[in-house]
Every structure is written in structure tokens, then in C-alpha cells.
Design a protein around this ligand. Structure first.
Ligand SMILES: O=C(O)C(=O)[C@H](O)CO
Ligand SMILES: [Mg+2]
Length: 260
């Protein structure tokens, strides 16, 4: 049975950020993820996890100026120094939370520009090698162009080929099923093809990005498929609840309290 991680950037937003940990645990989650912890002291985030018996499944490396539209800078050749600095910023948060994987965002750049591709390969390899001695994986996530127009990493095949080519053991794929269905479709076959390189999975309904309990995809089938594939990682619930988070957790009832 998959281990679900509540995404605290999108779920339980009825509560202030630091109180969302308790709300997630109360709702039966044993793990959480979020986009960014950097506005809060690392020790405080670690304390909230401990106090609520939660595992930190994932968070993102610093993306640059998010409010100004930056989405990371791995594919931006002129931002390599910022990229290196961002890894150092994230490390104390990784230590304080005990997280085992970090999402490296690519940035807004043209995937068909050779300089952007070269920068991306260099940054991804650098980040993975930086975190390897700390026992951390780096995950990369293709994102659909409807949600983030111009995002460099917008193709699962490109991400797969890069990971297979670089052959860095702690470099893996963040397989967000919502993005995969929007970009390509044929989700089950892609899960099967990429299961050996998948380090994290995320879910939401398509097209509305709400609870995974309806619309285009049959999630109970996909959860069983993850079991058939022997996927032992987390499934991040990266969706916008239609109303109060707690009121939309009917889909989660069969999976409540699943422990690692
Ligand atoms: O947008 C997503 O799907 C993500 O997982 C990123 O981490 C946030 O941009
Ligand atoms: Mg995602």
C-alpha cells in the first residue's frame, strides 16, 4: 500500500504553516512534503515533525525569487553560482528534517537551446554529487506547460534519458502523475517504464488538480499498479482541496496510518 505524504504547501492551508504538521498527523498522515521551508527556522520545522511523529518525504531546493516568477535555475548558465549557493542553503534544512530527497527545479529556459541543456546537465550532476555524501537523493520533475509556461523540464522522456545517461545513483525522477497525464497521457505504461528511476511520486485529479477521487484518472488502479511495481517510496498529495482539507479525505480512508 502506498505511503502518502500530505503536501503542506497545498493541503491544510486553513492553518498557519507550522500548525499544518499537527493537522496532517491528526488526519492520519505519517509523512509530509512541502515546497519550501526556508521562511522558518530549520530546527522548528524539525521539531514539528518530531512532535507529530511525521516523516519528511520531500522538499524543494531554493528556487530563486518565486514571487517574481523564478522556478529554479539549473538550466540557466549564468546562474550556476546561485545554484551552488542554493545547495548550501538547503543542507541544514535537510539535516534538521531528516529528509532523504530534494527536488531540484530547472527554471524557465528553452529545452531546445544547447546552452540551457548543457547548463542543466552540469547543474543536475553537481547537485547530485554535492548531496551524495549526505545520503540525499536529488529528484527532477517534468512540469506541464499549462501550469508553468516556459519551464525547461517539460518532457518525461528527456528526464528519463538524462537520468539514464548520467548514471548517478542518487539522481532520480519525481513522477508527478498529474503532470504526466497532461503532458503525455499513457500514465501506467510510463510508470512501468520508469519505475527503476522513480524516487518520488505525486498525485492530483486531472484536470482540476483537486483530491485524487475523480475526473480523468482511476487512482485506486494506479495505487495498485505502484504496489505491483514494488514502488517503496512516498506518494505526495500535491493537490488543492476543493474545500476544507479534512472534508475531502474520503479517498484517503483505506490508506490511513500506513507506516514505513
Ligand atoms: O509543481 C509541481 O508539481 C511540483 O512538484 C513543484 O515542486 C512545484 O513547482
Ligand atoms: Mg509535483
Amino acid at each position: 500500500m502506498p505511503r502518502f505524504a500530505a503536501n503542506l504547501s497545498m493541503m491544510f492551508t486553513e492553518h498557519p504553516f507550522l500548525d499544518r504538521f499537527a493537522a496532517a498527523a491528526k488526519a492520519g498522515f505519517t509523512a509530509v512534503e512541502f515546497l519550501f521551508p526556508y521562511d522558518h527556522p530549520a530546527e522548528e520545522v524539525g521539531r514539528r515533525l518530531d512532535d507529530n511523529g511525521l516523516i519528511q518525504a520531500l522538499f524543494n531546493l531554493p528556487p530563486g525569487n518565486w514571487d517574481a516568477g523564478e522556478k529554479g535555475f539549473a538550466a540557466l548558465p549564468e546562474r550556476f553560482d546561485d545554484l551552488k549557493a542554493s545547495l548550501k542553503t538547503a543542507l541544514p534544512f535537510a539535516k534538521a528534517t531528516g529528509v532523504k530527497r530534494l527536488h531540484l527545479m530547472a527554471g524557465i529556459a528553452d529545452r531546445h537551446d544547447a546552452k540551457a541543456v548543457e547548463a542543466y546537465y552540469k547543474s543536475v550532476a553537481w547537485a547530485a554529487e554535492f548531496f551524495a555524501p549526505h545520503g540525499l537523493d536529488v529528484v527532477i520533475e517534468p512540469i506541464n506547460p499549462r501550469n508553468v509556461p516556459g519551464y525547461f523540464l517539460n518532457d518525461f522522456g528527456f528526464a528519463r534519458d538524462l537520468i539514464r545517461e548520467l548514471k548517478i545513483p542518487n539522481l532520480k525522477l519525481q513522477f508527478d502523475i498529474y503532470h504526466c497525464q497532461i503532458i503525455h497521457g499513457d500514465v501506467t505504461m510510463r510508470l512501468r517504464e520508469m519505475s527503476d528511476i522513480t524516487g518520488h511520486v505525486q498525485i492530483a485529479s486531472i484536470p482540476s488538480r483537486n483530491e485524487p477521487d475523480g475526473e480523468e484518472l482511476n487512482y485506486p488502479f494506479l495505487f495498485e499498479e505502484l504496489d505491483r511495481l514494488g514502488y517503496g517510496g512516498f506518494v505526495g498529495c500535491e493537490y488543492n482541496p476543493r474545500g476544507r482539507t479534512e472534508n475531502g479525505l474520503g479517498w484517503f480512508a483505506p490508506y490511513k496510518g500506513v507506516k514505513p
